[in-house]
Design a protein around this ligand. Structure first.
Ligand SMILES: Cc1cc2nc3c(=O)[nH]c(=O)nc-3n(C[C@H](O)[C@H](O)[C@H](O)COP(=O)(O)OP(=O)(O)OC[C@H]3O[C@@H](n4cnc5c(N)ncnc54)[C@H](O)[C@@H]3O)c2cc1C
Length: 386
């Protein structure tokens, strides 16, 4: 059902074969324990999928965003969850585009080989929320190092990562010329930072997501942990967000496919009043509508990924893909629950787990309202709302 090109067909098949080794029972057990899917992530790393976007000269596969999107879509369409590892794909782009030659030489081959995990992306703070420019974590330059103080929230996978990409303020907001200046990106070696100024506190959430709060108290990082130019960090993060939104949208398309496949199979089998429930148009139509929405979202994702690969700026396309895909997957989730009736609520069918997992994407990594604001302001040229 995916609109992906023939070039990605082989990748899709390989991902499906890998995911088949991690059935619903694997994910259910982890979900109950809120445990990290270590074996699954190791298998993906070993197969080279998490290094898909790393250029071949650094030991990666050198593939484009369409291929990375295909990997994540198939993971989700198989009933698995890419939330445990997707960040490596989009964060790596920040390092690749803005990192120094030395940083790339040092980290990319290790990430590609699976020796180092780049999974923690620390942007959101408890008081700033969607208003990234008002974040309060500071990095103050001293002779050969920076001292970092502050707090982040929702830093997912921090306990399962060796590196953290951090956005912190290096120039007070009152002293910058442009409001988007004064923030900087750091690549922090968490193995050295833990216990030396960095503390991690897990947050238990409605689905299994390994998310955390992190606290920085006089964390000393070497000056060469800075990525790119000091003060330009917000631009770097924005650059990466379009790839992130496209990849997350691909996961939503995968979720949508999973819900529809699961629901249609059940609707064909389940007999009530002497006939399959799928014979009733009251069951058919919500599934047909959801299917159409997922297909349309899939086209939007493919379009965004292809434009990204051609070097275009894809603010509009990535935001639209994320909006449509997160809503389509939720439409499919609703139709699936309604089709299963009471059995949707039983753990063993995985519907309730996927339903909890799919809900996130209308909130994170960017909420629907913020996407609509982007489209209104930047595409439709309406006055800025905030
Ligand atoms: C499970 C999970 C994992 C996450 N992982 C990460 C991660 O790894 N790294 C990271 O940095 N962040 C992460 N996040 C944070 C995520 O990006 C934010 O939750 C998201 O951007 C929304 O921010 P907020 O929760 O602070 O909501 P708020 O900014 O407080 O917004 C609350 C609501 O108000 C709405 N709203 C706010 N302002 C406006 C406005 N001007 N107009 C209209 N509506 C408005 C929003 O749309 C939203 O619906 C994660 C979040 C979750 C829940």
């Amino acid at each position: 059902m995916s609109a992906g090109s023939a070039a990605t067909a082989e990748i899709r098949e390989a991902v499906r074969a890998l995911c088949a080794r991690f059935p619903g029972s694997y994910w259910r057990d982890l979900d109950r324990a809120r445990a990290y899917p270590t074996q699954f992530v190791a298998a993906l790393t070993e197969a080279g999928f998490l290094g898909a976007l790393i250029p071949e000269e650094y030991g990666g596969s050198g593939l484009g965003l369409s291929a990375a999107a295909a990997v994540l879509e198939e993971i989700h369409a198989s009933g698995s969850n890419g939330g445990a590892c997707h960040a490596q794909m989009y964060m790596m782009g920040t390092l690749l585009r803005h990192g120094s030659a030395e940083q790339k030489r040092q980290w990319l081959p290790q990430i590609a080989a699976g020796r180092v995990r780049l999974q923690a992306f620390a942007v959101t703070e408890p008081t700033s929320g969607s208003d990234t420019l008002s974040l309060r974590t500071t990095a103050v330059r001293h002779a050969d190092h920076y001292l970092i103080n502050g707090q982040k929230i929702w830093t997912s996978r921090a306990e399962h990562s060796d590196l953290m990409l951090l956005l912190a303020r290096t120039t007070p907001q009152s002293e910058v010329v442009k409001r988007t200046d004064g923030l900087s990106v750091f690549l922090i070696d968490m193995r050295e930072a833990l216990g030396a100024g960095l503390t991690i506190r897990p947050i238990r959430t409605m689905m299994n997501h390994s998310t955390t709060e992190v606290f920085f108290e006089d964390l000393k990082v070497p000056a060469d942990a800075l990525v790119g130019v000091e003060g330009r960090g917000f631009q770097y993060i924005l650059d990466g967000m379009n790839a992130e939104r496209t990849l997350i949208a691909a996961e939503c398309v995968g979720d949508g496919r999973w819900f529809i496949e699961k629901a249609t199979a059940y609707a064909r089998e389940r007999r009530v009043f002497g006939r399959p429930i799928g014979q009733n148009q009251g069951i058919q139509f919500p599934l047909a509508r959801a299917y159409a929405a997922v297909r349309a979202a899939d086209l939007a994702v493919c379009h965004a990924a292809q434009r990204f690969e051609s070097g275009a700026r894809i603010g509009e396309e990535a935001n639209i893909a994320k909006l449509l895909a997160s809503e389509a997957s939720w439409q499919a989730a609703e139709a699936c629950v309604q089709t299963f009736g009471g059995f949707a609520f039983a753990e063993e069918y995985d519907v309730e787990r996927k339903y909890r997992e799919a809900r996130l994407y209308q909130v994170a990594p960017v909420s629907t309202n913020l996407i609509l604001s982007y489209i209104a302001e930047h595409v439709l040229d309406l006055p800025r709302a905030y």
